[in-house]
Ligand binder design. Structure first.
Ligand SMILES: [Zn+2]
Ligand SMILES: [Zn+2]
Length: 284
């Protein structure tokens, strides 16, 4: 079945994630925090009391990191996490219908993954016939392939197709936090904290960087362990064995599956990995 033939068999998934109040609040809060940090760092930490060439360089580096953070956040938030599309005849549970669903799903989506696992199941909440490692998200009310978790900070699920952007977002938060802490230490050591307003903004930035820095490093460590094990957190909770699933792969191959088949340098750039067919197949 060709791709163009198979597309019209699928219903567009209904997205309800944007109605989640907690997700919308966290999404807006993220931009509030990013905007404040940008202002406090550029104006108070870097420029105050007297701007120098170093302040300019410092500000430029910070601004580039902010742009990368925002791009990766927007991509993670608005990309398709890997919604399992619902075939028109999904509610038809006859043997022929299920078999035909599986064939079309397998030809469309699973070719890129080396898993030949046949443990397909029907979701008892949205009644979608779904591939292994797909799980139902109660916030989005849809099944997501290789669902990691629903993240309110991006107001979206983290799944097979957007995990790479989510990791980039975490990485840029970690780098920005580290960069801010180093810059603050430099300001303190060169006695540039000369007024009360600057010390107040510096203190807020320091606390914020420490909190978010530690938080994202913990989440990143967790994400890495998930990727290297090849099991989603839900599978891990259910103690699903990986032995019968995908064969054991080297860590780099597993990372490549998530971050894309491009060169490792491109893994850091929040752009679409065009070499990966999955993205073209699943534009929602
Ligand atoms: Zn479901
Ligand atoms: Zn979700």
């Amino acid at each position: 079945m060709s791709l163009s033939d198979s597309h019209h068999h699928y219903r567009k998934p209904i997205s309800r994630r944007r109605c989640d109040p907690c997700g919308v609040l966290c999404f807006l809060l993220t931009y509030g925090i990013v905007s404040y940090s940008d202002y406090a760092f550029i104006y108070w930490v870097s420029w105050n009391p007297t701007p120098s060439f170093l302040s300019l360089v410092n500000g430029a580096i910070y601004q580039i990191l902010i742009v990368l953070l925002v791009c990766s956040h927007l991509r993670a938030s608005f990309s398709d996490p890997g919604v399992v599309l619902r075939p028109q005849h999904n509610l038809d549970f006859s043997h022929e219908a299920l078999l035909s669903d599986r064939e079309s799903f397998t030809s469309e989506f699973s070719r890129s993954s080396s898993s030949n696992d046949i443990r397909w199941s029907v979701c008892n909440k949205c009644e979608t016939y779904r591939p292994p490692q797909a799980h139902h998200c109660s916030v989005c009310q849809r099944c997501i392939r290789k669902m990691d978790h629903h993240c309110p900070w991006i107001n979206n699920c983290v799944g097979e197709l957007n995990q790479r952007y989510f990791l980039q977002f975490l990485l840029y938060v970690a780098i920005l936090s580290f960069y801010t802490i180093i810059s603050i230490l430099f300001e303190v050591s060169t006695n540039r904290i000369v007024n009360q307003t600057k010390s107040l903004h510096t203190l807020i930035l320091l606390i914020e960087s420490l909190l978010f820095g530690i938080f994202v490093i913990a989440v990143m460590a967790d994400q890495m362990s998930t990727i290297f094990n090849g099991l989603t957190p839900i599978d891990k909770l259910r103690s699903v064995s990986n032995k019968s699933g995908s064969p054991s792969k080297p860590k780099k191959a597993r990372l490549r599956e998530v971050c894309g088949t491009n060169s490792m340098l491109l893994w850091l750039i929040p752009c679409r990995d065009n070499s990966d067919k999955r993205h073209r197949q699943l534009v929602v």
